[in-house]
Design a protein around this ligand. Sequence first.
Ligand code: NDP
Length: 379
Amino acid sequence: MKLVILGATGSIGTQALEVVEELKGRYDIEVAGISGNRNIKLLEEQIRKYRPKFAAVPEEALAAELQHLVADTDCKILSGQEGLCYLAAETGADMVLSAIVGFAGLVPTLRAVEAGIDIALANKETLVTAGSIFTKAIAKNKVRLLPVDSEHCAIFQSLKAGKSQEIHKILLTASGGPFFGKKREELLHITKAQALKHPNWSMGAKITIDSATLMNKGLEVMEAKWLFDVEIDDIEVVVQRESIIHSMVEFADHSVIAQMSKPSMKHPIQYAFTYPDRLVAKEDRVDFAALGKLTFYAPDEETFRCLALAKQAGRQGGIMPTVLNAANEVAVDGFLRDSIGFLEIAERVESEMAAWTNHQDPTLEELIAIDGEIRSKGL
Ligand code: NDP
C-alpha cells in the first residue's frame, strides 16, 4: 500500500510512522508522501528515514529551507495549499492519513477523496465543519473512509455486530479530561501547563486543550453524526475514566457492544491501515484483573459548556459547526498564548455563535470564507 501522511510531524503522524515500521515484513506500507507545517527538522529526519518521493509544507520560505536540507535526496518539496493538495491527490497514494490539526486539513483531504483515494481520518474538523459536503464526496467517489479517532474506530468496530436500522444509540465515551469533577470556581485560574496534562492520552496541544474543555467530545459527537448517519440526540456521551472502553453501540434489543483496548492511538491507526484484517499489535493487552474496575459518569455540561455548545451547533447544522470550530481554534490558540483564561474559551465560542445568522447547505467556498473571517478577527 502507498500511503500519504498529511501532518506527519504531529502526534498522530509520528505514531503512524511507528506503526508503518512495526508492520514491516507483515504488511508493507510505502510512505509516498508526508507533510508538516513548521517542524522542518523532523520532516528532514522523516524524509531520510522513509524516503518519500514528495513532502509538503504550507509556507514557501520553509519549503525552500527544507529543499536545501534534503537536496541530496530525491524527495521533491512542494509548498502552499496547492502543494498539500497535490501531495494528497496526485502522488499515487492508495490511502491518505488525514492528520493535520484543525480546519487546515479540510481542503487537502477533500481533494484526496475527489481523486478516489481511501481516507484514514484523524482530522475530525473535516467532518465537523463540512460533514455534508465531505460525506457526499465520499459516496460519489466510492472511497473508503476509515475513522482513526479512537472513539469512532470503536463505534465502527462495534457496529459490525448489528444492522444500521437496529442501532438504538451510540455511547461515545470520554475520559473526562484533567479537570473531571471540578466546578467553574475551581477552573477560574487554570494554567496552560495544567490543561496540557491529560490523564490518559498524549496528544497534540490543540486536542489536549479541547479534551480539557470537553470541546473535543462535542466535536466527536458531530463527527459521529456524519460518520454513522445518526442524529445528535442519538449519541450519548458517557465518561469512562480509565479510557479502556473506547465507545459502545446499544442495539434495539438493549445489547451493548463495546470495543476495549489500552489507550493508544496506534490501535486505530493500525486498524485503518490493515482493515479489514487484524494484525498482531505491539501494544499491551488489557489486563482486566489488574485493572479491577471500570467507572462511568455523566458529563457535566454546565461546567464544561463547550460540550453543550458543540451539540447545539450540531443540531443547528448549516454554518454553525464551522463558526463554532473557527471560534474554538482562535480561542484555544489564545489560551495557549496566555491571552485568555480557560473558562473564556467557551465564552468566546458562545458569543461568536450568537453573532451569526445560520443558514443551511453552505458551499465549501462559504465555509472557507466564514472560517477566514473569524480567524482574521482574532480574539
Ligand atoms: P499535532 O498538533 O500533534 O500535529 C498537527 C500536524 O498538523 C503537524 O504535522 C503540524 O505540523 C501540522 N499542521 C499544523 N498546522 C497546520 C497547517 N496550518 N497547515 C498544514 N499543516 C499543519 O496534532 P495531533 O496529531 O494531535 O492531531 C491531528 C488531528 O488528529 C487533529 O484533528 C486531532 O483532533 C486528531 N486526533 C488526534 C488524536 C491524538 O491522539 N493526537 C486522537 C484523535 C484525533 P508541524 O508540527 O510541523 O508544525
